[in-house]
Design a protein around this ligand. Structure first.
Ligand code: ADP
Length: 571
């Protein structure tokens, strides 16, 4: 199996596969991102609700912690008698002490007209003593016997506060005065400002009364009606604050946009004053978390996809490689089959020729030798006049004998005894046979014969047949060549016995050796060659487990090399 076969997948298929994979990956990543967004959004909403309830608890706790105090104070004798006292000096001090203990901004007592009779801040420049708060709703509420509570910007101090009031009754059960406390909410406001979260509280009119962002304070969530505005002004609830509109856009139930930035929005009512607490959580975090998740999961998914694709393409490649290997195996088998067929045809042709040659030489052998005997007898008897005709008859007999000799060359000898033969001996015998022919065509013979004997195991006569044939072919190829040279080399090469016959003739052009050794393939004139020499030689060499190689030489001519397994020379 050829492991380095390169499998080429068509470009357009590869491109389509890549496009499909990228599309799948993009769709998966987009789906993942959208799912993560909605998942993290629900988580963030939950988180916002938790934070909101925490802020709610803290606000409610702050507002409720002193709910009991005014009613306790209202039962205090010194307070009950405040409205009739000539001087409230002692009461002022007492109130200051209470206020300091309770960490309140002020505790103060008003008469039935709203005039402050005594106050914990009696000794400060912004003392309430002497001020009249009859316009405040918490005063009116207490006057009518009810507990009052109110949030507003201090009319005297300008500081926002949460006011709680309680009526103080005389012995007859009439409201004689009103006790009120003011809780400074700036502590809470400050704590919220310092935190990184966005939270605010609106009153029942929609005015922001507490906020983590001080800029939002006293802005209105919705437009106030004229009546609302007039009411606020009467109560002097927010002093001279302009009460501008809060700039936000509600998008759906739980989304708002403030200054172009989208936030999750949740709100819940507070326990007192009809207030509502609002909490905002930037959506940026949702995007960040969804992006991170998409990045991690998308990366893992892409890696998984790439790995699966790699595995799949490896499998496809392996399958393609296997099928290519099968195809190449099939091709090799086909070629081998064709060669075997050609070889079979050649062998059967040679076999037929061998049979024919055997019967012709057998049938003609008798009459030819009879003719030769008659001619010899006639010569001895002197019955015949030796002359031109006798000469011609002799030549005809010679020629006929020569033809039968040639035919015998093709006849496979029945007894093919193998022996240890040296190439040098084969060469010696052959040269003796063809010496005359070499000289006749005026060819120079060059030899390069290995000094030590080169032994092979074979049939000496058959090997001589091969060498004679190669030399005769070389001489034939050099018939019209000037300065013709025939070179014969015998040597050992790569542990093989080698004999090369090289000429300076025409060469055999672009024909292949298979063509040359095809029976009856010849370029020689009829009568000069039968086109059998090379096919018989090739068959003999094959029988000897050897190899015949033919090469055209660069400066013309051809070289035929025979290599046979080397024998150690021992029988
Ligand atoms: P023949 O010699 O009877 O033609 P061969 O089988 O010996 O038959 O040779 C077949 C053909 O191969 C020759 O006709 C010739 O064309 C070519 N051939 C063989 N040997 C040589 C050579 N040394 N140089 C050029 N051509 C050759």
């Amino acid at each position: 199996m050829n492991s380095d076969v390169k499998i080429k997948i068509p470009k357009n298929i590869r491109r389509s596969v890549v496009i499909i994979l990228i599309t799948i990956a993009l769709v998966a990543i987009a789906a993942l991102f959208i799912t993560s967004l909605s998942y993290f959004r629900s988580i963030e909403i939950e988180e916002a609700k938790n934070r909101l309830s925490l802020y709610g608890r803290s606000l409610n706790g702050t507002l409720e912690q002193f709910q009991y105090l005014p009613s306790v104070l209202a039962r205090y004798p010194i307070i009950i008698s405040a409205h009739s006292a000539a001087s409230n000096k002692l009461l002022n001090k007492q109130l200051a002490h209470f206020s300091k203990e309770a960490k309140l901004e002020a505790i103060y007592i008003m008469d039935r007209h709203g005039l402050v009779l005594a106050s914990s801040n009696y000794d400060t420049p912004q003392t309430f003593v002497g001020q009249n708060y009859g316009f405040r709703p918490y005063f009116n509420s207490a006057l009518s016997g009810k507990r009052g509570e109110f949030f507003g910007v201090g009319a005297t101090t300008g500081r926002p506060g949460y006011f709680i009031s309680e009526p103080v009754y005389d012995r007859l059960g009439n409201v004689s005065s009103i006790v009120a406390i003011k809780l400074d909410v700036r502590e809470l406001q400050k704590a919220w400002e310092e935190g990184s979260e966005r939270v605010f509280v609106s009153n029942k009119d929609g005015v922001i009364v507490l906020s983590s962002n001080p800029i939002w304070l006293y802005q209105t969530l919705s437009k106030l009606s004229d009546k609302q505005l007039a009411d606020i002004r009467t109560k002097r609830q927010f002093g001279d604050k302009p009460l501008s509109a809060f700039s936000w856009d509600r998008i759906g139930i739980s989304t708002v946009s403030i200054g172009g930035e989208k936030s999750i929005y949740v709100s819940t009512p507070a326990k007192r004053l009809g207030w509502r607490i609002h909490y905002l959580l930037s959506e940026r975090r949702i995007f960040e978390r969804a992006t991170l998740t998409t990045f991690i999961f998308g990366g893992a998914l892409s890696a998984l996809l790439a790995f699966a694709t790699f595995l799949r393409s490896t499998r496809i490649r392996a399958a393609l490689r296997a099928s290519q290997a099968d195809r190449s195996q099939l091709r090799t088998t086909n070629t081998e089959l064709k060669n075997a067929q050609a070889e079979l045809a050649r062998t059967s042709k040679l076999a037929a020729l061998g049979q024919l040659s055997a019967s012709v030489t057998h049938e003609l052998g008798q009459p030819i030798s009879a003719m030769r005997n008659y001619l010899a007898a006639a010569e001895l008897d002197g019955k015949i006049k030796l002359g031109e005709t006798w000469e011609k008859l002799n030549k005809v007999v010679d020629r006929m004998e020569n033809i039968t000799k040639q035919l015998r060359f093709f006849t496979k000898p029945g007894d093919e005894k193998l022996a240890i033969v040296s190439f040098q001996d084969v060469f010696g015998d052959v040269i003796a046979l063809v010496e005359h022919d070499i000289r006749a065509v005026n060819v120079e013979l060059e030899t390069d014969i290995c000094s030590s004997p080169v032994f092979v195991r074979g049939n000496r006569l058959r090997l001589e047949q091969v060498l004679v044939n190669l030399i005769k072919n070389a001489l034939a190829a050099m018939e019209d060549t000037e300065d013709a040279v025939l070179s014969i080399v015998i040597r050992v090469e790569n542990n093989l016995a080698l004999i090369c016959v090289q000429d300076t003739g025409t060469g055999f052009g672009d024909r292949k050796l298979e063509q040359l050794q095809e029976p009856f393939h010849t370029t020689r004139a009829s009568g000069d060659g039968m086109g059998l020499g090379l096919s018989i030689s090739a068959a003999i060499i094959k029988e000897h487990d050897g190899e015949l190689i033919a090469q055209n030489l660069e400066n013309g001519g051809a070289r035929f090399s025979v290599s046979l397994p080397l024998s150690n020379g021992r029988a």
